[in-house]
Ligand binder design. Structure first.
Ligand SMILES: C[S@@+](CC[C@H](N)C(=O)[O-])C[C@H]1O[C@@H](n2cnc3c(N)ncnc32)[C@H](O)[C@@H]1O
Length: 332
């Protein structure tokens, strides 16, 4: 069993320092823009990871249940697709793996079928990767797993340096929706550039549906999404020596059914000045910070994205309600 040594102990403080510098720069840069914005990749510290796990279990957040249904009930079909393309060893790389809630069913099925593969989960949160690793090793003791902490494409480059085996890249949970449509095109083109003809990608997309269903998913009654967004301010306070007064900001969600953009904001409830290190950021009453987009797609838009970025759409696996699809694309 290879449990995967992620980085040498000596490299850890250096990587941490590089991360902190980028974190500080990107937070200040975003808050100095008009309109202000923060990047949702920074939601995921230890508290953010735990809040996201609660969001996945909350009644309004249908996305996880839909994709879980696909991975629990169409496991043989998903594995069959992969095995029909690869009759030799391959790397199964999962970008933004989180706690592998859904992918674990596919991993277990492949392992039970004695398929030889290395699972390489990638995540910006080292905390969630250590939880994932503990959980998966308990369920699939023989899993060959190598965790890579880092950003999607940087870590993908590292994974490619580790081996020249064919690649299956999974990008689940509608993470692709956290990019504006033009950013998703740039991302998919870059993903394509990293891969070789014959490699496969599996991407989870949340589909356009009744606007109320979508809006409610991000306006849960328990207020978890609100806490998840506000937690980033708490993280900035703790890690960047800032003084946001959390009660002076409020979560606000929108969904535009015409363009499929579901967006979260924090609204400043009064005029205020926040200090981050030595920098001062001024907020006016009702000024917003754009926090995250969760873009919704049609099947036609998904196929267009594939073709426009150098992939051939092969199959869409949908849940029984037709609310979510995992799209299989082949590199051409
Ligand atoms: C919405 S969660 C989904 C988790 C998992 N894919 C699922 O479907 O349950 C997003 C995950 O992607 C990670 N993530 C977000 N932005 C990232 C980035 N730029 N690079 C690497 N990981 C990222 C987060 O830490 C988090 O674990």
């Amino acid at each position: 069993m290879n449990t995967g040594l992620d980085y040498s102990p000596a490299a850890v403080p250096v990587l941490k320092a590089v991360f902190m510098e980028k974190f500080r720069e990107e937070i200040l840069d975003g808050l100095n823009q008009t309109p202000k914005r923060l990047q949702s990749k920074y939601f995921y510290d230890k508290e953010g990871d735990a809040l996201f796990q609660q969001i996945m279990a909350c009644p309004e957040y249908y996305l996880t249940r839909c994709e879980l249904n696909i991975f629990q009930h169409k496991t043989a079909q998903l594995a069959g697709f992969i095995r029909s393309y690869f009759n030799k060893e391959f790397d199964l790389i999962e970008l933004g793996a989180g706690d592998a809630t859904k992918s674990q069913y596919l991993l277990k099925y492949l392992a039970d079928q004695e398929t030889t593969f290395t699972y390489i989960p990638v995540d910006i949160s080292g905390n969630i990767l250590s939880l994932l690793k503990k959980r998966l090793i308990a369920v699939i003791p023989d899993l060959d797993i190598r965790c890579l902490e880092g950003e999607y494409l940087d870590a993908l480059s590292n994974a490619i340096e580790l081996s020249s085996k064919p690649k299956v890249v999974m990008f689940l949970g509608a993470n692709i929706g956290n990019m504006e449509p033009h950013e998703a095109t740039v991302f998919c083109r870059s993903l394509r550039e990293h891969l070789k003809p014959g490699d496969l990608v599996i991407i989870g997309f949340d589909l356009k549906k009744h606007p109320k269903v979508i809006l409610n998913a991000y306006n849960d009654q328990a207020g978890l999404t609100s806490q998840f967004n506000l937690n980033l301010l708490t993280r900035i306070n703790r890690e960047l020596n800032a003084n946001f007064i959390i009660e002076q900001f409020e979560h606000y969600q929108t969904y535009d059914p015409c363009n499929g953009a579901c967006k979260s904001y924090l609204v400043s409830l009064q005029d205020q000045i926040v200090t981050i290190g030595h920098k001062k950021i001024t907020f006016t009453h009702d000024e917003t910070i754009f926090m995250e987009i969760s873009q919704k797609y049609t099947l036609k838009e998904i196929d267009f994205l594939a073709e426009n970025s150098g992939f051939m759409p092969v199959h869409n696996c949908a849940d029984p309600k037709g609310w979510f699809v995992d799209a299989f694309w082949k590199v051409v």
